[in-house]
Design a protein around this ligand. Sequence first.
Ligand code: 5BU
Length: 276
Amino acid sequence: MSSKSQLTYTARASKHPNPLVKKLFEIAEAKKTNVTVSADVSTTKELLELADRLGPHIAVIKTHIDILSDFSEETTNGLKALAAKHNFLIFEDRKFIDIGNTVQKQYHGGVLRISEWAHIINCSVLPGEGIVEALAQTAAAADFPYGSERGLLILAEMTSKGSLATGQYTTSSVDYARKYKNFVMGFVSTRSLGEIESAVSSASDEEDFVVFTTGVNLSSKGDKLGQQYQTPESAIGRGADFIIAGRGIYAAADPVEAAKRYQKEAWEAYLARVQG
Ligand code: 5BU
């Protein structure tokens, strides 16, 4: 596990050069939550209701905006208003994976205009370094009316059975994160990756990447389509700074109660980790 995992979010916020990461750690500490809810519902009404009800218990809402059947500006205006009301960040799980010229258009333009409302995006590095450079350029050049901070998580590993995001792919994820560390906040991965030797440079004392771990569920081990789950405690124990839970929360009989349970378990696991 990286040495930073033993530090509190407050300590990490105070030293972090990236304003978005600083804000994320401050939110976590202020609300005592390191939960990201993956709000994979299919209508704007469901999404906004969920965001409003779960808002007090989450640090980040993760969307798949293209699975909504009725996406419009109402969706993103609603999300932005709720992010401000409840003090959480918005992470669009778009998983960009294409040549630089295309991802710039997908990020900044099109019908979804992701750059205007998502604080956090993610990409695969399968296309090579250019994808990270292209997204970083777009974020730096744009003048965002809604908050100025933007960050990228590199999809370094996946939770699905037989995932090919391993070995050299994961090592290269760390290389590019180190090379573009002003824009890359960290990773979506199943563990801390700070110890990975990289071709670009080795881990430095200041390096502090944030780890988001998906595939978290308290009552299931997986689904019929290859998803594999671990518990909040296990994810945090392996180095996750933020857990991501979808169906475990939004499909529960009482999503607010479920969110509180994940919040409590993940926060206690974090406290145990920083108290050593
Ligand atoms: P679930 O309902 O908790 O299984 O949802 C998991 C969410 O995280 C869902 O939105 C996936 O698209 C997303 N995900 C994942 O499950 N595994 C991964 O490796 C990555 C994302 Br990256």
